[in-house]
Design a protein around this ligand. Structure first.
Ligand code: GLN
Length: 252
């Protein structure tokens, strides 16, 4: 079996280890015996997004987001919206997540247009949300934890078309108010969590791979991999959060 993984704006949108998500998806697919084609998609290209099996877009500072926002609308919006509506699994982190919503009203660079893959919008807040984050999510059918590192000014709000990825146990998540983190719409997942996210939350990587396989081949038999190291990394973040006392009582 073969999977084509697109990486949107790899040179502009990849901070705090976001590229590690593409490595995790690629390696886990290969360990499961699949052939993987990795397709970087930069500015000026239409990118044939409807032919992809999976798409990743990382985060960036407002400056980088401003550099690619118009390109996203001009060259990618139509096919990306069509692919998302057709169930393309997407992972978008932080700045990427914001631009896949309707818009991002920044502090100093005006309002950047988004493309509405997520029914969500973002407005810069007056203080940055920074730190380790712990979330619980039932995306894969049972309650699991997600760990990551967030650093954003944007406060994201969800409309009725999107549901949250999970509930914030520690940290800020989408905004400082509703204790929700991320967005899920069809098979597109947006999250504020860097780190990289997938190497230390392997179940989420496998969820994305499964959706890709189901969509392309109608079945998704991923072999169980030895995740000892990944689970250790996951636990290490939780232990660090505990040590620093960022845990609300009873959360973990
Ligand atoms: N520039 C955006 C913000 O500050 C996104 C930051 C990021 O991707 N880490 O909200």
């Amino acid at each position: 079996m073969r999977l084509v993984i697109g990486h949107l704006y790899p040179d502009h949108m990849s901070i705090y280890g976001d590229r590690g998500n593409v490595i995790a998806l690629t390696r886990r697919a290969q360990w499961a015996g699949m052939d993987v084609e990795l397709r970087p998609i930069g500015p000026g290209e239409e990118g044939n997004l409807t032919s992809l099996d999976l798409l990743f877009m990382g985060g960036g500072q407002d400056k980088e987001q401003a550099l690619i926002a118009d390109d996203l609308v001009r060259y990618k919006a139509a096919s990306l919206r069509a692919a998302a509506a057709d169930g393309l699994p997407i992972l978008a982190i932080c700045g990427g997540y914001q631009l896949l919503g309707h818009y991002f009203r920044t502090g100093e660079r005006g309002t950047l247009p988004g493309i509405g893959v997520f029914d969500a919008w973002t407005v810069a807040g007056s203080r940055r949300c920074i730190g380790d984050c712990l979330v619980e999510s039932d995306l894969a059918g049972e309650m699991r934890t997600i760990v990551g590192f967030e650093n954003h000014s944007g406060q994201t709000y969800l409309g009725e078309g999107a549901r949250p990825l999970g509930r914030v146990l520690v940290g800020y998540g989408n905004n400082s108010r509703d204790r929700q983190e991320g967005a899920v719409q069809r098979n597109a997942v947006g999250a504020y969590l860097h780190g990289a996210l997938l190497p230390k939350n392997p179940w989420l990587a496998d969820w994305l791979l499964r959706q890709a396989l189901l969509r392309r081949y109608g079945r998704a038999d991923l072999p169980a991999l030895d995740d000892t190291v990944e689970e250790e990394a996951h636990r290490a973040v939780i232990a660090r959060i505990r040590r620093r006392g960022r845990v609300r009582s009873g959360a973990i």
